[in-house]
Design a protein around this ligand. Structure first.
Ligand SMILES: [Zn+2]
Length: 276
């Protein structure tokens, strides 16, 4: 499942590849990817004749900005975009094709078929599903310690569960939540409202640092990341705790343990992250 850094990497890559392209037509091979409008012909009709002006992001959603329209795209588990030339053989699991006037095509592939696209008039996407209820954007200037404490500090739920709630803070999934909690030395099951002020400050900074480092690492590997067909994949960040069960902690050498918190596999160093 891509999290904020992976989606940000895809966003940056798309920004270098599709801005300025004029959409001649759109072909939809799997209607259920298109969530809005209901009618896939209306979707294709509305997009034709528009030019891509930029690619933005809200949480784990890509916002493809066109003149007058916004296409909101979520990759979910396996969604991928790739650049192709007109006439290139259509690969399996290609569900949506954007045909550009210069003979190139942006193709959306998705083996699991969980990805979604919503099309809006400009200015309407942020006030509607699926973006309307999204919480703080952790790489925004608005993500201050004060705003973080206001949203998280009084919650009685376990801190890991609170951080995974996209209505509080967006873009942190199971991997980066474990990484950020480890860096801050906080146990994932610690109730959020029992964290001390300095712990919240440390956690706030750990979230930013963890995500930024992953974005930078992803950003620097963008080139090697786009394969021969220009297909973008997910970047695997160097992880300190996630996926390292029974390996020594990088800080203290204690064996990392794996447990389940809120139904999610959770990695903890029993010495660096003590439940109090
Ligand atoms: Zn440790």
């Amino acid at each position: 499942m891509p999290e904020l850094p992976e989606v940000e990497t895809v966003r940056r890559t798309l920004n270098t590849l599709i801005v300025g392209k004029y959409i001649d037509r759109v072909t939809v091979h799997l209607p259920r990817i298109i969530q809005r409008p209901d009618d896939i012909e209306a979707f294709a009709m509305e997009l034709a004749g528009h030019t891509i002006q930029g690619v933005e992001r809200r949480g784990k959603f890509l916002r493809i900005m066109l003149d007058g329209l916004v296409l909101v795209s979520h990759l979910r588990m396996e969604g991928r975009y790739g650049m192709y030339q007109e006439g290139d053989p259509l690969e399996k699991h290609t569900h949506v094709v954007f045909h550009f006037s210069d003979g190139t095509e942006l193709r959306y592939k998705d083996v699991r078929q969980f990805g979604t696209m919503h099309l809006f008039k400009n200015g309407e996407d942020l006030a509607n599903k699926p973006l309307m209820k999204l919480g703080l954007e952790p790489l925004d200037e608005a993500f201050t310690l004060e705003s973080f404490v206001k949203v998280i500090g009084a919650r009685t739920t376990k801190i890991k569960i609170a951080l995974l709630n996209q209505e509080y803070v967006v873009g942190i999934g199971n991997i980066y939540v474990d990484e950020a909690l480890f860096r801050a030395g906080i146990h994932p099951e610690q109730p959020a409202n029992t964290l001390r002020e300095e712990q919240l400050a440390l956690l706030h900074q750990s979230i930013i640092d963890t995500l930024l480092e992953a974005v930078q690492a992803g950003g620097s590997s963008i080139k090697s990341y786009v394969n021969g067909q220009g297909e973008m994949g997910m970047f695997q960040h160097q992880l300190k705790i996630y996926g390292r069960k029974d390996e020594p902690c990088t800080e203290c050498g204690t064996m990392i343990v794996k447990s389940v918190v809120g139904g999610r596999g959770t990695h903890t160093c029993p010495k660096c992250q003590v439940l109090v």
